[in-house]
Design a protein around this ligand. Structure first.
Ligand code: TYD
Length: 212
């Protein structure tokens, strides 16, 4: 059985992940590629409970290490119960955020050591890595302005601009010189952004068909 590809979509708040995931879904459907769409934190019953804890605003601040471990707890469950079984059965998996968000938010944003996150990556996901990563890049203030219009802010959305500047830098640093990343300029018009995603995805699909 041919395995499916694992695609992740990353970016700051307000970068437009939802519309991009809709475009990716449409392309896969048109090409009759079987796929599932999922998200992190979350994607399993346990993971969705963990997500609620992570996003809830609370009087008691959460330790950055607790936050990191909860992200990885949700991820461990997600990988073994959803991502790997689907990929191994030939489905493609489209995931709204994955490990790059941990490097960007817990590493860049919260200031945890990137090497600590790498250690957890090695321990908890020995083999599962995305085949392709889309980073929707947007200037922080522009993204936050867009996110604001969505209503109540969760625990992350309440962070300041510096937090998101550091997160954005980590996303971009990780993508430099690594062909598994496509950085999309999400400050362009909606139409342009979706056209860029379609074009890069179609190129990836052709490439993936030849390698597997
Ligand atoms: P998201 O689904 O993008 O939230 P929304 O639906 O409000 O756009 O992601 C939830 C939040 O979790 C987001 O602020 C980023 C954060 N996050 C991390 O900090 N680390 C991680 O590893 C992941 C997967 C998400």
């Amino acid at each position: 059985m041919r395995r499916g590809a694992f695609l992740t979509i990353e970016g700051l708040e307000g970068a437009g992940k939802s519309s991009s995931i809709a475009t990716i879904s449409k392309v896969l459907k048109n090409k009759m590629i079987p796929y599932i769409s999922t998200r992190e934190p979350g994607g399993t019953e346990l993971g969705e409970h963990v997500r609620d804890i992570l996003l809830a605003t609370s009087q008691e601040p959460m330790q950055p290490m607790t936050e990191l471990l909860l992200m990885f707890a949700s991820r461990a469950e997600h990988i073994s119960r959803v991502i790997n079984p689907h990929i191994n059965s030939g489905d493609w998996v489209v995931c709204d955020r994955f490990i790059d968000s941990s490097f960007a938010y817990q590493g860049g944003g919260r200031g945890l050591n990137l090497s600590t996150i790498q250690d957890l990556e090695r321990l908890s996901l020995p083999k599962t890595r995305p085949d392709h990563i889309f980073i929707l890049d947007i200037p922080v203030e522009e993204g936050l302005k867009r996110a604001e219009s969505r209503g109540e802010r969760d625990r992350f959305e309440q962070e300041d601009i510096i937090f998101f500047e550091r997160a954005r830098k980590v996303f971009l640093d990780r993508s430099h010189g690594n062909p598994i990343y496509t950085v999309i300029d999400a400050s362009n018009s909606e139409q342009q952004v979706q056209a860029d995603i379609r074009e890069h995805l179609e190129t990836f699909i052709e490439h993936f068909k030849k390698t597997i």
